[in-house]
Design a protein around this ligand. Structure first.
Ligand code: PBG
Length: 334
């Protein structure tokens, strides 16, 4: 039962805001390093960190540098890192077979991290766009993004990632039925303990632009992703997708993008109570960084406020390019 709020002056909300001590005491939500997943970009080469212009402070890392970054993340207490490969243009084809090559960049990166920093959880991306000549998440025939054929490819990709040692698979492709197919294949192949975090409510968003530069898919993309990603005008549909993915065997669900979709996070958490995550995507990162670099906002404060907003909206955690910076600030505070 919700108590009725009293009348002024019996009720003065400012009493509990009077000092830092009282504000801390009355604080409803908290943020910790345990709530962070760090998305990182991987590329070929040795000792390379190639800056991504549209994401200031973020670089594509060669595997040796990635391992070092994973060590730093683990030392900061970040529980998970999420890998996105920049595939050599020569290996991008219409059939996308590089996606399930056991020796592809992502799979080599998983093995390298799991052998050097076993305590950090490795999450992957399951979608064909970094391997596809046309930049789409699925196989394309005559301009149509094929659902069922794509699922077969995603299952092969998932098994290769599980074999390489991935802890969490992150299907970001939005094909229908992929969670069930992946879960069944994992169960049958001895990977019962590989988790799936489904990008269940993923919108066809303009906020992915910098990411597509980062993985080299943007310039290749033919058309848009509206036949598989969600319409930003929809909310009930997100709940149906989440329900479907949980019933097919997803262990956790994600809402993406993050900040413009906090209402979806809240509805998802309230409705299902499942482990719920938001992805603060590349365009959100770019906006905050650009404003901060211009001196228009305080970058650290805006970053921390955005993190707390995800927690307040019901998220158990956040995928964010800010993860190490957030972790450093949190560690400094304690
Ligand atoms: C594609 C994928 C995208 C992101 C993660 N996985 C982009 C897209 O759907 O086009 C976006 C992440 C970001 O913008 O930070 N499989």
């Amino acid at each position: 039962m919700r108590p009725t709020t009293g009348q002024f002056p019996a009720t003065r909300f400012r009493r509990l805001r009077k000092s830092d001590a009282l504000r801390r005491l009355a604080q409803e939500n908290t943020l910790s390093v345990n709530d962070l997943i760090w998305p990182v970009f991987v590329r070929d080469g040795v000792n390379v960190a190639e800056p991504i212009t549209s994401m200031p402070g973020v670089s594509r890392l060669s595997i040796d540098r990635l391992v070092k970054a994973a060590e730093d993340a683990a030392a900061l207490g970040i529980p998970a890192i999420c890998l996105f490969p920049y595939t050599d243009p020569d290996l991008r084809t219409e059939t996308c077979e590089e996606a399930w090559n056991p020796e592809n960049l992502a799979n080599r990166a998983i093995r390298a991290i799991k052998s050097a920093v076993p305590q950090i959880a490795v999450m992957t991306d399951v979608a064909l766009d970094p391997y596809n000549a046309n930049g789409h998440d699925g196989l394309v025939r005559d301009g149509i993004i094929l659902n069922d054929e794509t699922i077969e490819a995603l299952v092969k990709m998932s098994l290769a990632q599980a074999e390489a040692g991935a802890d969490i698979l992150g299907p970001s492709d939005m094909m229908d039925g992929r969670i069930g197919a992946m879960r069944q294949a994992l169960e049958m192949s001895g990977y019962q303990n590989v988790a799936i975090m489904s990008y269940a409510a993923k919108y066809a968003s303009a906020f992915y632009g910098p990411f597509r530069d980062a993985v080299g898919a943007g310039s290749r993309l033919v058309g848009d992703k509206k036949t598989y990603q969600m319409n930003p005008a929809n909310s009930d549909e997100a709940l149906r997708l989440i329900e479907r993915d949980l019933s097919e065997g997803a262990d956790a669900v994600m809402v993406k993008p993050g900040m413009p979709y906090l209402d979806i996070c809240r509805r998802a958490k309230d409705t299902f109570g499942a482990p719920t995550y938001a992805y603060q995507v590349s365009g959100e990162y770019a906006m905050l960084m650009a404003a901060a670099q211009n001196g228009w906002i305080d970058g650290d404060k805006a970053m921390m406020e955005s993190m707390m907003a995800f927690r307040r909206a019901g998220c158990d955690g956040v995928l964010s390019y800010f993860a190490p910076r957030v972790a450093k600030l949190l560690n400094d505070q304690t």
